[in-house]
Write a protein that binds this ligand. Structure first.
Ligand code: 2AM
Length: 471
């Protein structure tokens, strides 16, 4: 029993995380339900590494030094419950289980309570960065008891991505804080991906540019304020043509997006908490509509709209869209942080927003240069009610807004849908409106349901009701 840690689950993420840990001087025990994956892994990637395999659960657990640390990197949901149940008979008091799947945060709460009750320790830890991140440094989002985190902190700091030398991992908060933060990370990711896709659509279907040309634009943008993983890979994707094809691969890919649920959970929970996350929600809805491929193809022959064409200045459109994308990204992050702010109060996570921005700077899918500035903004004020009003971001939005508005006018005129870019602008315009038309909503509610209203000229919050019309 001299392994420092056990990894349960040898799909690609698990394999890569095991290799990453082994590369940092830790001895790793590995196990997987399907035995052939263990055999293959040991014969190839893990050969010559300080990795030991077991083919039975008892042997796996025996390989690990006590108190044991076992990381689960398996399918989220019932499979995770089944695996924990199977492991329990082999565990001893004080052993630590870390669930690194994309678990729903309420499942994490439940598992933490169950395992703690039995005398075991549990951390729910989000991992982001995909296969590459798991192999060479992911962003890690752990939650649970702080003293349990302290015991695995050196190992996690060693394997996490680094940003300006600092590890992209920190203790986030109790209970399900880690999985909650990971969930919101994925919600922001959905919003940004959709915004990028809309910009591509305006340039492609709208302005008639080829994928390669648009790819060059994204590659240029990725060197500026938009510098980020998602903008960078978009540039690389758009300029790619497979050797066997005669056109860019992106042009051949079916336009139906799939989803696994973490983005949707962000919207669902935000609605429960009464937080507005319209750009994240727009992205979920856009994926849902995209999946209606055959309905859309039929409707295209029935429903009328302009045929996209653009005879304006392409360079100006490109600059305007750069501003629209920048502003929308800021709004997506602002909505995500607002969701975290409410969740932190509601679930007593005591989240430190600057820390979260800091560990998202590298390793994860939403890594972006702007996160440095977000970290600074929250360091200056952790209780910041909305990222948009931090001076640096208010200034960026002020500069971006004319291009943002211009590009949306063009998109709307051409009939190109821009749910993420438009919802972000509506979010910005609503949030900066000292007066919204909710006075009329209140009047309507009072008219048909006697729900009462308050008056601007009455500061005591008195409830008024009017008989609007004799019936
Ligand atoms: P497998 O290789 O045996 O399918 C991602 O799917 C990972 O989760 C894989 O390692 C997979 O194991 C594991 N997994 C999924 N469902 C499981 C279950 N019910 N029990 C054990 N492992 C499971």
């Amino acid at each position: 029993a001299d392994c420092d840690i056990g990894i349960y689950g040898l799909a690609v993420m698990g394999q890569n995380f095991a290799l990453n840990i082994a590369d940092h001087g830790f001895k790793v025990a590995v196990y997987n339900r399907t035995k052939s994956k263990i055999t293959d892994f040991m014969a190839e990637e893990a050969a010559d590494k300080p990795i030991e395999a077991a083919y039975e659960l008892q042997d796996f657990v025996n390989l690990i030094r006590k108190p044991r640390v076992i990381v689960l990197i398996v399918k989220a949901g019932p499979a995770t419950d089944a695996i924990i149940d199977n492991l329990i008979p082999y565990l001893e008091e004080g052993d630590i289980i870390i669930d690194s799947g994309n678990s729903y945060y309420k499942d994490t709460e439940r598992r933490a309570a169950m395992l703690t009750e039995k005398g075991f320790n549990f951390l729910g830890m989000g991992i982001s960065g995909g296969e590459e991140g798991a192999r060479h440094g992911p962003s890690l989002m752990p939650g649970g008891p702080s003293e349990v985190y302290a015991r695995v902190q050196p190992m996690l700091e060693a394997v996490a991505a680094k940003a300006e030398g600092e590890p992209c991992v920190t203790y986030l908060g109790p209970g399900s804080a880690g999985h909650y933060v990971k969930m919101v990370h994925n919600g922001i990711e959905y919003g940004i991906m959709q915004a990028i896709a809309e910009v591509y659509d305006v340039l492609s279907r709208g302005a008639g540019m080829g994928a390669g040309q648009i790819g060059d634009i994204f590659q240029r943008w990725s060197k500026g304020l938009l510098s980020s993983f998602l903008v960078d890979i978009t540039g690389n994707i758009l300029v790619y043509t497979a050797p066997e094809d005669d056109k860019p691969l992106v042009d051949i890919i079916t336009d139906s997006a799939q989803q696994k649920g973490t983005g949707k959970w962000t919207t669902q929970d935000a609605l429960d908490l009464g937080v507005s996350v319209p750009t994240i929600s727009a992205a979920i809805e856009a994926r849902i509509i995209s999946a209606l491929k055959s309905e859309r193809v039929k409707a295209a022959t029935i429903l009328q709209g302009p045929t996209p064409s653009f005879d304006g200045d392409q360079a100006q459109l490109v600059d305007a869209l750069e501003q629209a994308l920048l502003a929308t990204e800021i709004c997506a992050y602002a909505q995500g942080f607002a969701a975290l702010h409410s969740a932190s109060e509601e679930y007593n996570y005591h989240l430190n927003m600057a820390d979260i921005a800091r560990i998202w700077r590298n390793g994860c899918i939403i890594r972006a240069t702007l996160l440095n500035d977000m970290s600074r903004a929250f360091t200056a004020d952790n209780a910041l009610s909305n990222l948009m009003i931090a001076p640096y971001f208010a200034e960026l939005l002020a500069k971006a807004q004319s291009g943002w508005r211009e590009s949306l006018k063009i998109a709307v005129g051409m009939g190109i849908p821009t749910p993420a870019l438009s919802s972000a602008l509506a979010y910005y315009d609503s949030y900066r409106s000292g007066r919204l038309p909710a006075n009329l909503i209140q009047a309507q509610r009072d008219f048909f349901g006697a729900h009462t209203y308050e008056r601007l000229d009455n500061t005591e919050g008195t409830a008024f009701h009017t008989i609007w019309q004799e019936i």
